[in-house]
Design a protein around this ligand. Structure first.
Ligand code: GDP
Ligand code: IMO
Ligand code: MG
Length: 440
């Protein structure tokens, strides 16, 4: 049985949640490997919409185990709320989910620091989700962080918090006007988190190896997007983790060869939320129209997303960074009715033409996209279920994306619902069938 990674190939919010939910029944295991509650993955079926932040988008399927790996961040209060909401909607989360005891904890002071830093940066702010992601990953790297498994031991939590305060956290918090944590009270609170989360925590690395040894098919779920990768995105306007498929092995403790196939999720256009360069952004009324029609407002923060055209320079870069075997292109329905649809095929930077995504955000911010223009189509695509059933103009666009990025399109999404999907037969996905058993 083969394993498959689903990664964001733009600036996040590409529709990873929909694609993971759609494919999950073909797998025994779905595993989130990086990020934390900065993610907002939407899954829509049976007339209901579910927003997931930590929890893998395979959670709705009986017989599919969901794992949250060591390389992720967990905000205990936020995940408990997320679990409560899902359980209230009838999803037996606690039966299906295991969270790595190695995952690092987002402390309340990480959240407060994130918000205070953004405030302080003013016009130079990154536009983070203010969920404490940067400060919590920073503490992990500084080795002044608490892991989920540590929550069982209030003494250990108190020691870590006290040492962090002594090692510079106190000065930083005071400088930014953030209230200092009371280490003793926080350790007590941490223990109350543990009492609720402990039964769901375990050795996810071991569980992944058991799944690999049993040849159970694994679906890896990325968060954020390739262009937000800490090393390969538009630094510093990025998130704090490796979002690319290469981030999977260290985050789940599995060998690189276990990530056999990779599908990149892209929208038929482009969005970005937060600050940072976005060459194909459309500031005209068309950009606004796409935002309204595509309901481009953040799942986590409600912020309006910046909208623009499909960027084949960025998407080709994502194909190479992730080794994408195929694209899942979402939101094709949103473009219906536009007289013209554009694709950015190259950038011009200081008079030089390039099709390679530049290393520096400053170069990217000076990039002037070179567009190819295509006639649009009209009519509602949400009922379409075959490639042949799509308007000719939409098929031309799909073929051009494939050609420009050297990557076939295997899934076309024509609406938010699970059902509103077109598969191209004869491709990679034909290899993934529904498994007969799953690990306990
Ligand atoms: P993720 O973070 O990559 O999982 O994406 P989000 O859930 O943040 O944002 C994608 C949004 O688009 C969600 O509201 C989805 O329900 C919605 N969506 C996904 N695919 C389609 C599609 O093909 N058409 C439309 N109209 N909406 C879609
Ligand atoms: P999903 O998984 C879109 C963006 C933020 C900000 C930058 C850094 O739903 O696709 P952070 O809070 O991570 O320190 O913010 O990254 N960002 C996302 N944008 N989708 C996401 O997740 C994002 N997660 C973070 O807007 O620009
Ligand atoms: Mg999202």
């Amino acid at each position: 049985m083969a394993n498959l990674a689903i990664v964001g190939a733009q600036w996040g919010d590409e529709g990873k949640g929909k694609v993971v939910d759609l494919l999950a029944p073909r797998f025994a295991v779905v595993a989130r490997y990086q990020g934390g509650p900065n993610a907002g993955h939407t899954v829509v079926f049976d007339g209901a919409s579910h927003a997931l932040r930590h929890i893998p988008s395979g959670i709705f399927h009986d017989g599919v185990r969901s794992f949250i790996g060591a390389g992720t961040l967990v905000d205990p209060e936020a995940i408990l709320q997320e679990i409560k909401t899902l359980e209230a909607a009838g999803v037996p989360v606690t039966k299906r989910l295991t969270i790595s005891s190695r995952a690092h904890v987002i402390m309340p002071y990480h959240r407060a620091l994130d918000a205070a830093l953004e405030q302080k940066l003013g016009g130079a702010a990154i536009g983070t989700t203010r969920r404490g992601i940067g400060p919590a990953y920073g503490a992990k790297v500084e080795r002044t962080s608490v892991r989920l498994g540590d929550l069982a031991n209030p003494e250990a939590v108190r020691t870590v918090v006290e040492r962090s305060l002594e090692a510079g956290l106190r000065v930083r918090l005071l400088e930014l006007g953030v209230e200092l944590p009371d280490a003793r009270a926080l350790a007590r609170e941490a223990f109350s988190w543990w009492q609720k989360l402990g039964p769901m925590c375990g050795d996810v690395t071991r569980a992944m190896h058991e799944a690999i040894a049993a040849r159970l098919p694994i679906l890896f779920e990325g968060a954020q997007g390739t262009m937000l990768d800490i090393d390969h995105g538009t630094y510093p306007f990025v998130t704090a983790s490796n979002t690319v498929a290469g981030g999977i092995p260290p985050s789940l403790g599995i060998p690189p060869r276990a990530v056999e196939h990779t599908i990149g999720v892209v929208k038929a256009y482009c969005t970005r939320v937060g600050a940072g360069p976005f060459p194909s952004e459309d500031h005209s009324a068309t950009g606004n129209l796409i935002r309204e029609r595509g309901k481009e407002f953040g799942t986590v923060t409600g912020r309006p997303r910046r909208c623009g055209w499909f960027d084949a320079v960025a998407a080709s870069y994502a194909v190479r960074l992730n080794g994408l075997d195929a694209f899942a292109v979402t939101k094709f329905d949103v473009l219906s009715g536009l007289p013209v649809v554009k694709l950015a095929v190259a950038y011009e930077i200081d008079g030089e033409r390039t099709t390679w995504f530049p290393a520096s955000a400053s170069d990217v911010s000076r990039a002037v996209p070179i567009y190819e223009e295509f006639p649009g189509w009209s009519g509602d695509l949400r009922g379409v279920r075959t490639i042949e059933g799509m308007p000719r103009e939409a098929r031309v666009l799909i073929d051009r994306i494939t050609e420009l990025c050297s990557c076939p399109v295997e899934i076309v999404s024509v609406g938010p619902d699970r059902e509103e999907t077109v598969f191209r037969p004869g491709g990679l996905l034909d290899r993934f069938e529904r498994p007969r058993s799953s690990p306990r």
